[in-house]
Design a protein around this ligand. Structure first.
Ligand code: ZN
Length: 129
């Protein structure tokens, strides 16, 4: 019996799984199999990010599609992980609390329910440290 794709992806949903190039020391999130700097010289290994970082910039979302409407207003930020990669994520705090440079930590929260099937999916959000 094959395992549904959704469940196989769970480890990546619950941890910040990325990769690292041992040759030049760069980190990649989402994971990459090829280092753009070292190319064939690069040795790519798996890396679980610590999940800590800081807000580089952010915006406050005041209107959203139906699915996220009840969450507004919310803070959407570009977070720079301690290891370097940047990602876009929701910050679990009020719009008044957020500021550039704010230290944050990854948390895993329910993002929504997928259509009629009622499948709940989770994703990475960040909370103030
Ligand atoms: Zn490299």
């Amino acid at each position: 019996m094959s395992v549904p794709r959704f469940w196989r992806k769970i480890p990546q949903r619950y941890n910040l799984e990325g990769t690292r190039c041992e040759t030049c020391g760069r980190y990649f999130f989402p994971p990459r199999n090829l280092c753009p700097t070292c190319r064939r010289e690069g040795k790519i290994v798996e890396h679980t990010f610590k999940g800590t970082g800081k807000i580089v910039t952010f915006t406050v979302i005041r209107s959203a599609s139906d699915q996220f409407a009840k969450l507004t207003p919310y803070v959407l930020a570009i977070v720079e992980l301690e290891e370097g990669p940047r990602m876009t994520a929701q910050i679990v705090c009020s719009p008044e609390e957020a500021y550039i440079g704010m230290p944050v930590k990854a948390v895993f929260r329910r993002l929504g329910t997928e259509g009629e099937s009622g499948v709940i999916y989770y994703g990475t959000k960040f909370a103030p440290m």
